[in-house]
Ligand binder design. Structure first.
Ligand SMILES: Nc1ncnc2c1ncn2[C@@H]1O[C@H](COP(=O)(O)OP(=O)(O)OP(=O)(O)O)[C@@H](O)[C@H]1O
Ligand SMILES: [Mg+2]
Length: 113
């Protein structure tokens, strides 16, 4: 199993969510987060001085998936979240050791689907 963490632009959430639903993703976690990449956030001019806004609002998606569909999920997010501008975000792919559905005690892939 893989645990996929994607940091994307908030404006891409709806389309990305729709695309993930289309490929059959049945559960995910969404969090509003803030961060920056190599541009270290945006900069803005205020009263003649340049102030840096260190943290830019982003959305974090977290999805636990079977290995079989991990590539498809990553590709779906990549396409749906892409605007070709800086700050489009990143996808981190982690090995997931186990999962457990609390209600039924199912483990592993059975806990996901
Ligand atoms: N190395 C990192 N570790 C954790 N989170 C990161 C990392 N790099 C970027 N992020 C998160 O992803 C968000 C978007 O990053 P961003 O797309 O600006 O990366 P970038 O490397 O600057 O690429 P680009 O040049 O396309 O802007 C950041 O606001 C931050 O939340
Ligand atoms: Mg950036």
């Amino acid at each position: 199993m893989k645990y996929i963490i994607a940091i994307i632009k908030p404006s891409r959430l709806d389309d990305t969510h729709a695309a993930l639903t289309e490929i059959g993703i049945s559960g995910l976690t969404v969090t509003e987060v803030r961060g920056y990449g190599r541009q270290r956030g945006q900069t803005e001019i205020y009263r003649g001085a340049e102030y840096s806004i260190a943290f830019v609002p982003k959305v974090k998606l977290e999805i636990a998936v079977d290995d079989k569909i991990a590539d498809d999920v990553v590709d779906t997010i990549r396409k749906a979240a892409h605007t070709d501008k800086i700050g489009d975000g990143k996808i981190f792919i982690l090995d997931l050791k186990d999962a457990l559905r609390i209600r039924t005690n199912e483990m592993g892939v059975d806990a996901l689907n």
